[in-house]
Ligand binder design. Structure first.
Ligand SMILES: [Zn+2]
Length: 164
């Protein structure tokens, strides 16, 4: 479960700053020579969101990931951290996010021996992980602070609910 969540967290870190990009960041992205025309079209038309397009694609050449390139952790090792089409390095963050999520979700499960506690420890961990990577993007950071407030309230509710 940690590995799957880690995979989704990577999508959040990649897409949220673009989804909520202000004018300045968008014009900077559109001028960048490293991004694919597919990605630039998404930035231009503001069509890239967390859930659209559903399938993951390479930000450099636009290559859409096949199922076997989308298996958490194993795929990264299998493709050696590079896009199979354009050979662009995908960055070690993809690997570390999935590894640390797998590891910590496992530790939480072992530590708490209770699926609700473990699940919430995991969700909080994932939230902080996303916040750490997106903190330099002001638009995303503000939204994450609101989400963090809601998450904190849910944490307290679960805590008092479980204690009874
Ligand atoms: Zn590529």
């Amino acid at each position: 479960m940690g590995l799957i969540t880690g995979s989704f967290v990577n999508v959040c870190i990649d897409r949220l700053p673009m989804q909520f990009a202000d004018k300045e960041l968008r014009s900077r992205l559109l001028k960048s020579s490293e991004l694919s025309s597919l990605l630039k079209n998404h930035v231009q038309d503001r069509t890239l969101t967390l859930f659209k397009p559903t399938r993951s694609f390479c930000f450099y050449c636009g290559h859409q990931l096949r199922w076997f390139e989308n298996v958490p952790l194993l795929s990264y090792i299998f493709i050696k951290g590079r896009c199979r089409t354009c050979n662009a390095a995908l960055g070690s963050r993809l690997f570390w996010t999935e590894t640390m999520h797998g590891l910590w979700y496992g530790i939480f499960g072992w530590l708490f021996q209770n699926w609700i506690w473990s699940l919430f420890a995991g969700i909080n961990f994932s939230f902080l992980w996303i916040l750490a990577y997106c903190r330099s993007h002001q638009q995303v950071r503000i939204k994450l602070y609101y989400a963090g407030g809601v998450l904190l309230a849910v944490n307290f509710m679960v805590y008092f609910f479980i204690r009874k």
